[in-house]
Design a protein around this ligand. Structure first.
Ligand code: IPD
Ligand code: CA
Ligand code: CA
Ligand code: CA
Length: 267
């Protein structure tokens, strides 16, 4: 196994076990608000601490970027660990059992290793660049849909970015006339992992952060899928506006979305 994948898996499992244990004891969970509709708990922070500890032990010089601590610059800036310790915090707080740990390793800006772990189902999604994507050791292949007909699309509402509410609803409205149905699961990392697994045919969301999509993006690509921004380009690295799925589904989604995009979403 790729040595960094090994460490990423160890860290994700440790954090996932902690999250699952705390899910059973809701009284020990303390939630606070970071911003409008944006929550964090002691479990997000404890899980993050565990992950950082595991990485630091093996790779003390690497840079670590996490949702709750920001950038912990290391001597080695070329290797960055991009981490969401708990993706789906709102589900966790509401006791909806659907959330994940997301860990990616980027070397000189290119994602090499990805792990998304669902501790409630014990599902471990992994990928190494050029070596495919796996779920619990089994090779993943994305959806084989040829167009939007009959597809299930995943998405996330822009609940922190309500300025995008109208174009977002218009995009969903347009796509809904062409696909079979939508899912909104509450963990973007799992939405991307499920896209890689072909459990959903495509995914899109506005304004994701690097830790939400870094691992999931590699999973989708390694399962034969495509990840773009809303205009079919690479701008999502900055904007976090993401469309993912097999290349035919992405192409159909982009065509459908085109007329509904506001200026701000053409990035
Ligand atoms: C959130 C989840 C959610 C997505 C949001 C993310 P968090 O991450 O991935 O599905 O819709 O955009 O911020 O805050 O629970 O780690
Ligand atoms: Ca969060
Ligand atoms: Ca997240
Ligand atoms: Ca998070």
């Amino acid at each position: 196994m790729h040595p960094m994948l090994n460490i990423a898996v160890r860290a994700a499992r440790k954090a996932g076990n902690l999250i699952a244990k705390n899910y059973e004891t809701p009284d020990a969970v303390e939630a606070s608000q970071k911003g409008s509709n944006d929550f964090v708990t002691n479990v997000d922070r404890d899980a993050e601490r565990l992950i950082i500890e595991v990485i630091r032990k093996s790779y003390p010089k690497h840079t670590i970027i996490t949702e709750e601590s920001g950038e912990l610059a290391g001597e080695d800036q070329d290797i960055q660990w991009v981490i969401d310790p708990l993706d789906g915090t709102t589900n966790f707080i509401k006791r909806l059992p659907h959330f994940s740990v997301s860990i990616a390793v980027r070397i000189k800006g290119r994602t090499e290793v990805a792990v998304v772990y669902d501790p409630m189902r014990n599902e471990l999604f992994t990928a190494v660049r050029g070596q495919g994507a796996q779920l619990n050791g089994y090779r993943l292949r994305g959806s084989t849909a040829r167009d939007l007909d009959g597809t299930i699309l995943a998405t996330g509402f822009p609940f922190k970015l309500k300025q995008h509410a109208t174009p977002y609803i218009n995009i969903v409205g347009k796509l809904f006339t062409q696909c079979a149905d939508f899912r909104r699961t509450g963990s973007a990392a799992l939405d991307l992992a499920y896209t890689a697994a072909g459990r959903v045919d495509g995914f899109f969301e506005i304004g994701l952060k690097p830790w939400d999509f870094a691992a999931g993006e590699l999973l989708v690509r390694e399962a034969g899928g495509l990840v773009t921004d809303f205009t079919g380009n690479h701008g999502y690295v900055m904007s976090g506006n993401i469309v993912a799925g097999n290349p035919r589904v992405v192409k159909a989604m982009l065509a459908s979305m085109r007329e509904e995009l506001s200026e701000a979403l053409k990035r």
